[in-house]
Design a binder for this molecule. Structure first.
Ligand SMILES: Cc1ncc(COP(=O)(O)O)c(C=O)c1O
Length: 408
């Protein structure tokens, strides 16, 4: 049977909800980069969204101790009490959000936390306003819950941020959730306190709309003002679901710990769902996360300094490439150049007809893997991770510069 026929047959057996899902573009590019590397090409992989640092030693020690101390059994569905307490303390200390441990549910990564909340709050046809550019999984999570994504574009000239007026125009009687990430993946944009207060003022007029605030990059923030949590605004507190975790700020992507902090009825809903689908998350990782939230921030601060230095390096070099338009990310570890100047141009063999073509062509011609902006709702851009060694970043940007010089 041909591969296409086989795929069609599999598609007929799979549930519609799975057939309707898009593959993660980030993971697809990473897979292609691995295949080229396996063929012997010197690939520089800048497509994955993960720190290139190791988890700090004191956190690893806590995990080893948890194994020795016998934390081998099922944990409570919502997480161990000491972890939920550590998260409540962290929220008070860093975010000015006052929730009790019972308002917190720990899950298998922030991705799981976000998906849980959408499943718990969205009925078929409910609308979720998503600030674009957005993280690739948001719209797919909404699709799985049979909700409708309403994408609102942040303009390049406003550092890719959505304004309060834009939000107001997007709200309808079906709007149930407004969701965004700050600092943002893929743009690195950071919403200021002022901007979030303006957004909050719009939402204060709609007491049936919830806010899903994804703060996973909180500790990678280069602004002087620092991070502001919309959940700290008293008028909105009961309607904000704050999502965070350990993946990015503590270099713990593989440990899989995320959490929500929300009104008790929402936390209870998430606990109920999780109790039937996954149960409490990994017990050893929970002990490691407790050490992370209770411990020194020194390693995280050092990592953030390195990301900032690399941001300066990469943005400086990218801005020297003719036709690239590059914003200055204020957080996270990505650069997100607008490369649309090259759309319609050709190297004599391949014509670049959008960001997917651009990222594929770049991978096959310069062996630098990036991710097309299309999956992030920004089809003029590509995402370049800056979580790599300085030398690799310099070489990657040089290869990109040399490659695009052949496009006419
Ligand atoms: C914006 C955003 N939210 C959430 C996540 C998921 O984080 P976790 O690894 O904790 O599931 C990511 C990971 O890439 C992300 O970029």
């Amino acid at each position: 049977m041909s591969a296409v026929a086989e795929q069609t047959q599999v598609g007929a057996r799979l549930a519609d909800r799975i057939n309707a899902l898009e593959e993660s573009s980030t993971l697809a590019m990473t897979k292609m980069a691995r295949e080229l590397a396996a063929q012997g090409h010197k690939v520089i992989s800048l497509s994955v969204g993960e720190p290139d640092f190791k988890t700090p030693a004191h956190i690893c020690e806590a995990a080893k101790k948890a194994i020795d101390d016998g934390f081998h059994g099922y944990s409570p569905v919502a997480g161990y009490p000491d972890l939920r307490k550590a998260i409540a303390d962290k929220l008070k200390r860093d975010n000015n959000i006052d929730w009790k441990p019972e308002n917190i549910v720990v899950s298998t990564g922030a991705k799981h936390s976000l998906a849980n909340v959408i499943q718990v709050l969205i009925n078929p046809g409910d609308e979720v306003v998503i600030f674009a550019p957005y993280w690739v999984s948001y719209s797919e999570m909404v699709k799985l819950a049979e909700g409708k994504s309403v994408i609102v574009d942040g303009a390049f000239d406003n550092d890719f941020k959505v304004t309060a007026a834009q939000l107001e125009a997007a709200i309808t009687p079906r709007t149930k959730i407004v969701m965004y990430a700050s600092p943002n993946n893929p743009t690195g944009a950071v919403y200021s306190e002022q901007e979030l207060r303006e957004i909050a003022a719009v939402l204060e007029k709609h007491d049936d709309i919830y806010v899903l605030a994804d703060e996973i990059y909180e500790y990678i923030n280069f602004t002087e003002e620092g991070h502001f949590s919309i959940g700290s605004i008293p008028a909105l507190k009961d309607r904000v679901i704050t999502v965070n975790g350990v993946a990015k700020g503590y270099a713990m992507t593989g440990w899989r710990i995320g959490f929500i902090a929300a009104s008790k009825w929402i936390a209870d809903g998430v606990e109920k769902l999780q109790g039937q689908v996954t149960s409490g998350t990994n017990s050893i990782a929970q002990k490691a996360a407790t050490a992370a939230f209770n411990g020194t921030m020194e390693p995280s601060i050092e990592m953030a300094k390195a990301y900032q230095r690399r941001r300066d390096l990469v943005v400086g070099l990218l801005r020297e490439i003719p036709g690239f338009k590059v914003n200055m990310p204020q957080g996270a570890f990505y650069a997100f150049p607008d490369v649309s100047y090259y759309f319609g141009k050709s190297d004599g063999t391949t014509t670049i007809n959008g960001s997917d073509d651009f990222a594929n062509w770049l991978l096959n011609n310069s062996f630098v893997s990036t991710v097309a902006g299309s999956g992030f709702g920004a089809p003029d851009c590509i995402r370049i991770s800056t979580a790599a060694a300085d030398e690799a970043l310099v070489e990657a940007v040089q290869r990109i510069k040399d490659a695009v010089a052949t496009l006419k």
